[in-house]
Design a protein around this ligand. Sequence first.
Ligand SMILES: NC(=O)C1=CN([C@@H]2O[C@H](COP(=O)(O)OP(=O)(O)OC[C@H]3O[C@@H](n4cnc5c(N)ncnc54)[C@H](OP(=O)(O)O)[C@@H]3O)[C@@H](O)[C@H]2O)[C@@H](O)CC1
Ligand SMILES: [K+]
Length: 463
Amino acid sequence: MVPDPILTAEAMRAAERAAFDAGVDPYELMERAGAAAAQIIWRAGHRRDVLVLSGPGNNGGDGFVIARILRELGVPVRVASLGDSRTASAQRARALWDGPVESLADAAPAAQLVDALFGTGLTRGLDAAVAERLGALVAHANHSYAIDLPSGVGTDDGVLLSVAPRFDVTIALGAFKPAHLLQPAADLMGRLVRADIGIAMPRDVHVLAPPQLRAPDAVAHKYSRGLVGVVGGSMPGAAALAAAAAARSGAGMVRRYDASPCEAGLHAIVHQQIEDPTVLGDALFAPRLASVLVGPGLGREEGAQARLGAVLACGRPLVLDADALTLLAGNVATHVPAGSILTPHEGEFVRLFGDLPGSKIDRALAAARITNSVMVYKGADSVIAAPDGRAAVTRGVSTWLSTAGTGDVLAGLVAGRLAVTGDPFRAACEAVWLHGEAAHRAGPAFVADDLLAALPAAIGSRL
Ligand SMILES: NC(=O)C1=CN([C@@H]2O[C@H](COP(=O)(O)OP(=O)(O)OC[C@H]3O[C@@H](n4cnc5c(N)ncnc54)[C@H](OP(=O)(O)O)[C@@H]3O)[C@@H](O)[C@H]2O)[C@@H](O)CC1
Ligand SMILES: [K+]
């Protein structure tokens, strides 16, 4: 499956320039964008009156194309603008609109509202009066559509430059932009649709796509399918959740190494109680271990630090989560073996990497480069980033995942998929997708344990 690209405003302009260099007429691109958006609005099936708000740039130009096409389709359309159109393409689109143009301040509401005020060219927040008028017109409409982006959001980082309303539908032109996926802007998008405008684009940064998984082959055995080690510590519950997720990830076998006695858990999981970090280190040198997870339930006391040290020295592919990340603060650049996977949430990320500049995608990529490892930067808008510049961003993840233990389940899944695939970026992407899919299948108000039962079906859906 070809993943959906995510481009910054500058990368989008570069793709646009490349299309022009290849012979595409600049106005033709605006026609394509406007026509694609008009078709989406038309097909949404609401043919009641439309008010198109048109800004000074090319986003406003798209608005005039949309207005003209919808009117040709028989929809009653009015246009309100913020003033003159400033680009050649927008002026041409405006000239082809043969209806009146009202002022934004005076325009009466309509059943359908199209926001074509600002897109990727927005550099600062809207004037308060404009933002307020936009909000009022959206609130009045039964159906609202944002063209490319809701006016007021920062394209590249998803911050709100001014107050912006929530739309029913957002039509991303050409590519998704970071704001479509990153919070808080992502929350305003409503149903997010991408309109193809037929230009080539890089896909290093993309929306997390459903993975293509494989059933074990005929000669598979438990070791060839991947042996996962889960190193726990003083709190066995979190390690038990992680180990159970690893056991249902498609891996062949899971071994737990805890400091304390193990309470009853899955019989399929082998448990070893090892308190001495030297003995733990020796156990982890087992050549068959295809991945080792440490962090869930590790604790933060001195003994935990020693156990973490044994893991960092073991030479197996690592997944570092939870307490392991807290213990690594201050040493992350020097102590994390290259090729590991780190799974920080916001607080852990800041403790590890401080105040890195840029969007969440930029920060995840920078952290991946600093550690030469894959980053799973968790949240409502999780970003998976690799040191080579690839990144995948989640979309539409269940908000019910914000409950205790779901991070432990994800960490176990990541370790499991790492044991299966041997490829950190791919493993992280597969695990994050399966985790989100299991959450959808678990429905509302689930507990982390319920995700475990949903995992086999989530895997089955991608075979
Ligand atoms: N790239 C592509 O492939 C394609 C792109 N297309 C479309 O083009 C859109 C990008 O167009 P764009 O670059 O003209 O920017 P846009 O968002 O319309 O606004 C810029 C204007 O607003 C102004 N301005 C900025 N902030 C302001 C504020 N707060 N309050 C007031 N004014 C403000 C700014 O002026 P200045 O900052 O200089 O004052 C400038 O005049 C993109 O989102 C998509 O819809 C498609 O047509 C075809 C394919
Ligand atoms: K817009």
